[in-house]
Design a protein around this ligand. Structure first.
Ligand code: GYE
Length: 332
């Protein structure tokens, strides 16, 4: 908790300082590029993606692929289909191919130390994108670019607290979590609970993984509805699970956004549309457009320049009215 809170505080500074502050001389440990890659002047990046589980992920993949092209970086892209073993295999392949840099979005937080050590020993620098790992050894990667998921959960909790401020209570809540062990699942749950957990008025009736997918979100919501007659609020860790849950709520003869209020995270187009349509009540934004910053950081790391150890994404929140206004311009 302390670790995460301090990242939040530092975050404010790093957002502004993000890439401006990267101009320093070699960090001594960065190496990698020159030692590993073929010397054709072109950077080769191995990128291991989680999968294609959500609208967020699809937009993220597109952002990474398009920005690599624009930056003149050769991208070796590998889709892990939400399996850690596939990501580990992909990273080992990138190491044997002697890429200049490896970037990946870890499907879960734990279990990366061995393969990250292999990359380090091979002199290939690693950038974490989107999701964190829990390795205590921070020298195993150069930087971590992505959102603060605890803050996202906190924003969702604060909205719920306000929305139900005049309700007598109890406020009966259910939660659809992301895939078990993933940083955004752990942190979004923690942030939400940090706001509402100590308030007896708010009762968490059930909280289960929906794996960030629509199909699983629907399935788990059906089970929640069967087991609980009186649900006031659904907190879904992403839009896709919320959208699946909406189908389950409608099939049960209830009105999403009215009978059961819904708060989600991401703000992808389909989520924003449901928000504008009144089926979702509030969305906390999480930007998938990490590609341009990732490529800029990759160039600096390969050049041996120092980069900040944490690069935070700037994000907002949306009410139903704000979604209506933002939708026409929404890029993903
Ligand atoms: O919120 C969810 C996706 O790691 C931030 O993963 C990402 C999350 C995102 O599947 O939709």
């Amino acid at each position: 908790m302390l670790r995460k809170l301090s990242a939040v505080v530092l975050g404010g500074v790093l957002v502004a300082a993000t890439l401006a502050a990267c101009g320093g001389e070699g960090s001594g440990t960065s190496g990698g590029g020159a030692a590993a890659g073929k010397d054709d002047g072109k950077i080769t990046m191995g990128f291991s993606q989680v999968g294609a589980e959500s609208g967020w992920r699809t937009a993220n993949t597109k952002s990474v692929q398009e920005s690599a092209k624009e930056a003149g970086i050769e991208l070796k892209f590998s889709d892990a289909q939400q399996k850690q073993e596939n990501q580990i295999k992909a990273i080992r392949t990138f190491i044997s191919q002697k890429v200049d840099i490896i970037a990946f979005s870890p499907v879960v937080e734990s279990g990366w130390d061995t393969v990250l050590k292999e990359a380090k020993d091979a002199g290939i620098p690693v950038i974490l994108t989107d999701r964190a790992v829990d390795s205590p050894d921070k020298t195993l990667y150069k930087t971590f670019i992505g959102s603060d998921f605890v803050v996202e959960g906190t924003k969702a909790g604060e909205w719920v607290k306000k929305e139900f401020a005049s309700a007598a209570g109890p406020v009966n809540m259910v939660e659809l979590q992301g895939n078990t062990g993933a940083a955004p699942a752990i942190d979004r749950k923690e942030g939400f609970a940090s706001v509402l957990g100590s308030d007896a008025k708010f009762k968490m009736l059930a909280s289960q993984p929906g794996d960030f997918t629509r199909v699983k979100g629907k399935e788990v919501m059906e089970a929640f509805l069967r087991a609980n007659k009186d649900i006031d609020l659904l907190y879904a860790h992403n839009d896709d699970m919320g959208l699946g849950a909406i189908e389950a709520i409608e099939a049960a003869g209830k009105k999403p956004g009215v009978d059961i209020k819904i708060v989600t995270v991401d703000a992808v187009k389909d989520g924003m549309q449901a928000l504008a349509d009144g089926k979702i009540n509030f969305i906390v934004e999480c930007s998938p457009l990490l590609g341009p910053q990732l490529m800029e950081l990759a160039k600096k790391v390969v050049a041996g320049e120092t980069v900040p150890e944490r690069v935070l994404t700037e994000e907002t929140t949306f009410t139903q009215e704000q979604a209506k206004a933002a939708l026409p311009e929404r890029k993903y």
